[in-house]
Design a protein around this ligand. Structure first.
Ligand code: SAM
Length: 310
């Protein structure tokens, strides 16, 4: 009996809308489909439009979190994407702007300490964090699945000799070596960013990603990632944005401490909850729900790799 493809391999259930359908001319010819239609993204890769829309236009709704993304609006126009439905989902727009600010903060602090180090965006989609984190002598690598990198090559060609692109499938062990990342014996630590990615992987695959980071990264390396509570698993349809894509949430945390328990070299250096954006009401609700949720509804974690047993 043929099995349905795993969620990450399904075509988007609701094909991403182009701004307009190709017009038919009198001679029967039609305009070329837009870049987004030609890309035919699968369900999970198609979710890259959600944070892209938030970074491009989210400042309209949350001026205090506006990220001043210099390229996101242009990318949306070049893709021909109509993202109005994603902008109606204000909680998700807020989540993205909040995490962008958190990543900028972690990145700037990291490169202040390690001005020549490498930053890696795993599952980069169409983000351009190097616009904010280029400190003059550091390096940057953007990596994602082949179909996303093909799109990225067309839209965001490399513009700096210290930046590079690579294809990666994080579900395939050995990605650290395949990406040519520094080894444990290198003095220079690495910063990994992994936002909006791991919740689409199976729990065993997430553990393997974290374990590979812990096993391979030089001491002092950092990974900044976002997490959902385990209660969100299987409930992507309840999210107004992700529910439109056909992607599913497969991984969430029961307790933030689980993250560091994956490997003895890992330490949970910082955890944050998006509830901080909602003032005292948000913080009070977070405390109220925490015994049931075990973790923030939506949060960020900064993991560190320390010296010690491997
Ligand atoms: C919600 S988008 C986030 C994109 C980007 N990080 C951002 O915040 O704009 C999810 C991304 O995860 C990527 N992704 C999903 N599974 C992956 C895998 N197994 N290996 C690498 N990237 C993956 C998708 O291709 C997609 O770009």
């Amino acid at each position: 009996m043929p099995q349905p493809p795993p969620p990450s391999r399904r075509r988007s259930a609701y094909p991403l809308r182009a701004q307009s359908t190709p017009a038919q001319h009198e001679d029967g010819s039609t305009d070329q489909p837009c870049l987004l239609e030609r890309a035919q993204l699968h369900a999970v890769p198609s979710t890259l439009l959600i944070p892209l829309a938030a970074r491009a236009h989210g400042g309209r709704y949350f001026a205090w979190l506006a990220c001043q993304d210099a390229v996101a609006t242009k990318l949306l126009a070049e893709l021909g994407a109509d993202v109005n439905a994603y902008l109606d989902d204000l909680p998700t727009v807020l989540n993205v702007l909040w995490r962008t600010r958190a990543i900028k903060e972690v990145g700037r602090a990291f490169f202040a300490d390690h001005p020549q180090a490498l930053g890696v965006n795993l599952g980069c989609g169409l983000t351009h964090h190097f616009q904010w984190l280029d400190a003059g002598a550091n390096h940057w690598l953007d990596a994602d699945l082949p179909e996303v990198m093909a799109l990225r090559e067309q839209l965001l060609p490399l513009c700096c000799p210290r930046a590079r692109h690579a294809q990666v499938d994080l579900t395939q062990p050995g990605w650290w070596k395949r990406l040519g990342l520094p080894t444990k014996t290198d003095a220079q630590p690495v910063l990994l960013v992994c936002e909006g990615v791991l919740m689409y992987l199976q729990p065993a695959q997430v553990h393997a990603v974290l374990a590979e980071f812990a096993q391979c990264a030089p001491a002092g390396s950092r990974m900044v990632l976002d997490v959902l509570t385990r209660q969100a698993v299987g409930r992507a349809s309840a999210n107004a944005s992700v529910g439109l894509t056909g992607a599913e949430f497969c991984w969430g945390v029961g307790r933030m401490a689980e993250l560091e328990q994956v490997h003895p070299r890992l330490a949970l250096l910082r955890e944050q909850s998006v509830s901080e954006c909602y003032g005292w009401t948000g913080i009070a609700l977070d405390m109220l729900w925490r015994p049931w949720l075990g973790a923030p509804l939506y949060g960020m974690a900064t993991l560190g790799v320390e010296d010690g047993s491997a």
